[in-house]
Design a protein around this ligand. Structure first.
Ligand code: UDX
Ligand code: UDX
Length: 463
């Protein structure tokens, strides 16, 4: 089957960049990204590609090249579904906030809505691809909805999980470690798998394209994220021990990372991992294990989350304790709000939780982040529901300039590892602050010795 038209439902952090790269690499395929959110589509169509709603290095250039040629952003969901041979589902699957599985299971209501809409519209056979991270065996539910509510056409469901990391989405998409495609082992299933393999083969070497059954593919995504997050919780657990014993976690990480069986990546101690996937996917895994009565398996993975929550709380406690057990009315400056550098995404960012703790202690928080908007930061706090919007506005001041944000503050907390923080004139910052001036480096990116020689009291993670 020759694919000429693809549609993707969901123009978010996953759908947007993924489809932009497919369109760039496959000029012969028309790629339409649809979303219910009209403003989001409007932003993707902004004539100036620097204003597209998602910041990712290199993305604006790709959108500029492909948009209007074979890449389209639209709110006409039904038309796009009707025309496409392959439909990617890339809508969000947040942790459930109500009912059975509350706080753990993935909320599949958007996925179900998509499946029902596809079933209603489709007049020809379609390949439906799960791009969103989903609990194992979701494909079964999608298939049941499609087959029972459709117009008698055939649907093949593929699982094609996304492994891109935000901030490096474009390079991850252009040079993936692997592409994973799960599908039915029937003849029709294999034909569908091959159709999708051929799309990726336009720029990815075939030996990097793995095909499996649907369940292996779905579970591999959760497993990959659980393993990655586990490494961070493991090094973060060691960071606390290092602080007690006089070992330095950066030295420990380097020493163990040189063991080729362990490897050097994902061993950076931090204030805690954030992002839309790690916590959600592990909670999901825990929920699935519990559903099957596998309590030891569930408890094992849950500990990764418990450790991460502990690390965030430990960071805010350390700030309070170091500032003589009182931060009431003290100005504390956050450098960074995004969950990692090179993204404007703040979902589950440690900054939100640390700010919440410190505001509970009546601190005044000032924030500078190069990419995150004021409204985003305030809505992140409002979402926690700890206090009213007005109270959050009174406790959080957002600056456009890092030096202004630091002026007159008692302490600086580095929450995101933005490169620009390492290039600042720290002498100038020191002079503008209350003394003693503290730096709590939640990312271990600053030069401790240099800051101490200026006069700062420097506290990193795990040393
Ligand atoms: C999301 C999930 O977080 C991730 O686990 C999954 O792997 C892929 O989908 P992301 O792209 O980062 O990732 O989410 P988000 O930026 O929220 O984008 C989802 C988009 O889907 C939103 O723009 C939303 O408006 C849209 N949407 C949602 C629809 O178009 N229709 C719906 O029914 C629901
Ligand atoms: C992750 C996975 O890496 C990706 O494959 C999957 O598709 C989606 O989830 P993402 O959340 O975008 O990607 O970013 P990632 O680079 O994995 O970082 C997640 C969090 O862990 C960030 O808060 C980051 O700062 C933190 N982190 C990462 C550490 O604290 N230490 C590390 O060594 C690495």
């Amino acid at each position: 089957m020759e694919i000429t038209k693809i549609c993707c439902i969901g123009a978010g952090y996953v759908g947007g960049p993924t489809m932009a790269v497919i369109a760039q690499k496959c000029p012969h395929i028309q790629v339409t990204v649809v979303d219910l959110n009209e403003q989001r589509i409007k932003d993707w169509n902004d004539p100036n590609t620097d204003n597209i709603p998602i910041y990712e290095p290199g993305l604006a250039e790709i959108v500029a090249e492909a948009r209007g040629r074979n890449l389209f952003f639209s709110t006409e969901v039904e038309k796009a579904i009707d025309e496409a041979q392959i439909i990617f589902i890339s809508v969000n699957t947040p942790t459930k906030t109500y009912g059975k599985g509350k706080g753990m299971a993935a909320d599949l209501k958007y996925i179900e809505l998509c499946a029902r809409q596809i079933a209603k519209v489709a007049k020809q056979n379609k390949i439906v691809v799960e791009k969103s991270t989903l609990p194992v065996r979701t494909a079964e539910a999608i298939k049941s909805i499609l087959d029972n509510t459709g117009n008698g056409v055939q649907f093949q469901i593929l699982s094609n999980p996304e492994f891109l990391a935000e901030g490096t989405a474009v390079t991850d998409l252009l040079n993936p470690d692997r592409i994973l495609i799960g599908g039915d082992t029937t003849h029709e299933g294999e034909t569908a798998i091959n159709a999708l393999v051929n799309v990726y083969a336009n720029w990815v070497n075939r030996d990097k394209i793995l095909t499996t059954n649907v369940w292996s593919s779905e579970l591999s995504k959760l497993t990959a994220n659980a393993f990655l997050a586990q490494r961070i919780s493991s090094i973060n657990a060691m960071s606390e021990l290092c602080e007690k014993t006089g070992a330095d976690v950066n030295e420990v990480a380097k020493a163990i990372g040189m063991d080729s069986r362990i490897g050097p990546k994902f061993l950076k101690a931090s204030v805690g991992f954030g992002g839309s996937c790690f916590q959600k996917d592990i909670l999901n895994l825990v929920y699935i294990a519990k559903t099957y009565g596998l309590n030891e398996v569930a408890d094992y993975w849950e500990q990764v989350i418990i450790m991460n929550d502990h690390q965030k709380r430990r960071f805010s406690n350390k700030i309070v304790q170091t500032l003589y057990n009182t931060v009431a009315d003290k100005k504390i400056t956050f450098l960074g709000w995004a969950f990692k550098k090179d993204t404007n995404d703040t979902r589950e960012s440690a900054a939100i939780y640390v700010a919440d703790d410190l505001i509970n202690e009546q601190a005044k928080i000032s924030v500078y982040d190069p990419k995150v908007s004021r409204n985003k930061m305030l809505s992140d706090l409002d979402y926690l529901g700890t206090r009213t919007s007005d109270e959050n506005i009174n406790s959080l001041t957002i600056f456009e300039d890092a030096y202004d944000a630091c002026k007159g503050s008692h302490a600086i907390a580095v929450l995101t590892e933005w490169d620009e923080f390492t290039t600042y004139d720290w002498q100038k910052i020191y002079e503008s602050m209350h003394k003693p001036a503290f730096v709590f480096d939640g990312r271990n990116i600053l030069d401790a010795k240099k800051l101490e020689s200026i006069g700062f009291v420097y506290k990193g993670i795990g040393s």
